[in-house]
Design a binder for this molecule. Structure first.
Ligand SMILES: [Zn+2]
Length: 300
């Protein structure tokens, strides 16, 4: 996924009011029409996400500059965590926003917009990408927009507009990941749709170790929610981040409708397969140096 707003895979249709059957019927009808139009639109392009990938199908690439994360796990400013009825979204404000440089992004700087999660009703199908035939419990998407554009909205339909870093999360046992707790415990405060809570600003330390791995997969794809625009440079780390089953379970308690009868049980887009005549290039990138944490850019 990645769109800044809600959407796509599951419509937040609340049909718990029998008196509004006709309204619901109309919404579902419109939803189908919208889906049809979107499918027709993206078939014109071909590079939709998520995808299934394997190391053998990727091309080794040793010539990128190191991919650099700047400020993602720093303290400062404010951080909010919200429930939009589809996912939990983290945003930073009142500070210099984290940024991404190097690697497949070349000379461009990409500014952090938000980080959100995908999950499912069990611990074995909550990721969007599939790596080596394996699915994980969750997938986190750190969404960045190209600083050459004014903001995320202006960037999201440009071919070089977005960079999304994807992290796999695996529920393994009942030992909490203490770094992940800053977000997984805050999920309980945003059970209601459109609710918001503040979180500690250094709440992304759980991605730090994996984000500093030298190897990652990258390809050009799309948003996995509406409007499915093919504007994303995907950067995917194959090493999963381990958390407890309970930490993942908290996310399934988030409500998807104002009436609170429905929870966000699954928010995963199915795997998209490129047409036969379209070859999707997946690069396995290895930097010569480790990614440098902020603020010591290029100090290694
Ligand atoms: Zn996403």
């Amino acid at each position: 996924m990645t769109g800044g707003t809600s959407a796509g895979v599951s419509k937040n249709i609340c049909n718990c009011e029998p008196a509004e059957d006709e309204v619901v019927e109309e919404m579902e009808k419109n939803g189908d029409e919208d889906a049809h139009m979107l499918v027709e639109d993206w078939r014109l392009h071909k590079f939709q996400s998520p995808i299934e990938l394997t190391h053998d199908d990727s091309i080794d690439h040793d010539h990128f500059e190191p991919l650099e994360f700047h400020g993602h796990w720093d303290e400062g400013g404010d951080a909010t965590f919200t429930n939009n009825g589809f996912t939990a979204t983290l945003r930073f404000m009142n500070r210099e926003l984290p940024s991404l440089r190097g690697g497949p992004l070349h000379e461009d700087e990409f500014v952090f917009e938000q980080l959100h999660f995908h999950w499912s009703d069990d611990d074995h199908s909550g990721c969007e990408h599939i790596f080596e035939g394996r699915a994980y419990s969750m997938e986190a998407h750190a969404v960045h927009y190209n600083a050459k554009y004014k903001n995320f909205q202006e960037a999201q339909d440009k071919h070089d507009g977005l960079a999304v870093v994807a992290f796999f999360i695996q529920a393994t046992d009942n030992v909490d990941n203490p770094c992940f707790n800053k977000l997984s415990s805050a999920v309980m405060d945003i059970a209601k749709v459109n609710s918001l809570t503040t979180v500690q600003t250094d709440c992304l330390t759980w991605i730090k170790e994996v984000a500093q791995c030298k190897g990652y997969y990258t390809y050009q794809g799309s948003l996995t929610t509406e409007p499915y625009t093919e504007s994303v440079t995907w950067i995917l780390y194959s090493t999963p981040i381990h958390v407890s089953r309970e930490q993942v379970a908290h996310f399934r308690n988030m409500k998807s409708t104002p009436c609170e009868k429905f929870s966000i049980i699954k928010n995963v887009r199915p795997i998209q397969t490129p047409p036969m005549h379209k070859k999707l290039n997946i690069l396995y990138a290895r930097s010569h140096r480790s990614s440098s944490p902020s603020p010591a850019r290029g100090s290694e």
